[in-house]
Design a protein around this ligand. Sequence first.
Ligand SMILES: Cc1cc2nc3c(=O)[nH]c(=O)nc-3n(C[C@H](O)[C@H](O)[C@H](O)COP(=O)(O)OP(=O)(O)OC[C@H]3O[C@@H](n4cnc5c(N)ncnc54)[C@H](O)[C@@H]3O)c2cc1C
Length: 518
Amino acid sequence: MKNMETRVLIIGGGITGTGIARDLSLRGISCIVVEKKDINAGASGSNHGLLHSGARYVLHDAGTAMECMEESRILKQVAPHCIENTGGLFVAVKGDDESYIADFPALCAAAGIMVSPVDTGDALETEPALSGNIIAAYETTDAVVDPFRLSLENIFHAVELGATLMCYTCVTGFSISNNRIRSVHLLNTQTGETLAVKTDHVVNAAGAWAGETADLAGINLPMVYSKGTLIITHQRIARQVINRLRPPSDGDIISPGGTVSIAGTTSAPIHDLGSLHPTSEEVDLIIREASAILPEFKNSTFIRAFSGVRPLTGSSDIKEERAISRGYILLDHARDGIENFVTITGGKLTTYRLMAEKTADLVCRHMNISRSCQTRTLPLPLHDACRWSEPGLSPRYWLKTRKPGDLLLCECEMVPISAIDCILESMKQHAVPPGLRSLGIRSRIGKGPCQGAYCSIRTIAYLYDTGVLQGDQGLIEMIAFLRERWKGMQPVLWGERLMHAELQEAIHCGLFETELQK
Ligand SMILES: Cc1cc2nc3c(=O)[nH]c(=O)nc-3n(C[C@H](O)[C@H](O)[C@H](O)COP(=O)(O)OP(=O)(O)OC[C@H]3O[C@@H](n4cnc5c(N)ncnc54)[C@H](O)[C@@H]3O)c2cc1C
């Protein structure tokens, strides 16, 4: 077994773990981020990408509403390259709860959130796809954020400052003595290699899996899980984020994501984190609800659906799931008898910076270090290799800077060979194994209308040609990638598109002698 040492070991490479790594690194504290899959493998890679103004939470959760408002203001200043500052509209249609519509401005004002009434005619002029049935509209400061770019930029900066990222490495246990974790046991899921890391402190930022990870230290952390499903349209339907002006419910947000629109979410209690896939019923519900405010939604072509899981805390009454706080919890496990272990879970993508700051403050207090947080004002640096996850970037960028011979690997999203080379180089620096799935996280490969049907084959061929992959590595990658894509496409396929997709599936099954529907 190999040995390593660090001051802080962070479990989880989502937005919370990568944000904490950057915060601690800026305070001069060495850390290792351990992620069992790849960056944003959990909720951070399966969300709506909405940088909340806070207005959505004013009814049940004023604390979260205020945090969202403040954090979105800060992020717009320090990380503008990860954000499209679209603005947002809250709109009600005939039949919506009139008392909520009347209370909304006062609820927002009480939380300090700025909303301004908009004449319904003006709203229709700025967003022509809105329903003619709207009866009230308010403007908010909602925006959208690229969650992949945000996590990648955070980890890039942390690594530049001395942090280490270990992907495909799972925390399997702890050595504990005298009320302290002395070392963390890790398993490399690709090579089977095991190692132990000596550390002064452990941060559990494992999202929905935080309960499982706490259990490895003998700590009981009851969790409630809520599954959320979203669907992606082929085209962008509205310029701004469109929210339904009603108490939070299913299918009431349609946010833009570059060239597409993303609608959702649903919210349903689940007990098993292992079987997460979108269903046709969820898709039907989202289409019905989204079409009430944007009627052309129901006639859209849908690219895919996906699901994520929110770890919720504060109540185990799953009937009242929508009323459970979207706030975060930061637990000091000294109260459970382990002095150098903390858990941070729940919260929002929008509030990740604050969660990282509070966690790093607590870790510093435990370690008697008095260095303050810098992320509130220090701009998040830009890195070339992080830009390619941005929807709609490649067509603009490639057309402007294209060099002879720089062929496209993905024609839907226009991802050229030079982008893949740049990303592969960065993955080498971070010791991330190359493959279709890791390239898909860091670029738009496989995210366009063909959902990887063609670019997966071209990209794998390129990786074989350049010697990056050998033996059957590429085939294994390809099948795993196509299976994941198929899971998201299945619930949004009907009519002619279903026939085309089944033909494509048959070609892939024939080529690779496998089944995609597992
Ligand atoms: C459907 C949905 C929509 C959402 N929409 C929005 C939105 O629009 N705006 C917003 O602000 N927020 C939104 N959220 C919330 C937001 O996505 C989450 O708050 C945020 O992504 C949580 O990040 P995290 O890093 O804490 O957890 P995660 O991203 O889940 O990261 C945890 C990581 O820990 C890793 N891990 C687990 N166990 C181990 C182990 N033993 N060893 C090593 N690694 C391990 C996992 O692989 C995972 O990558 C949404 C959430 C969902 C589910």
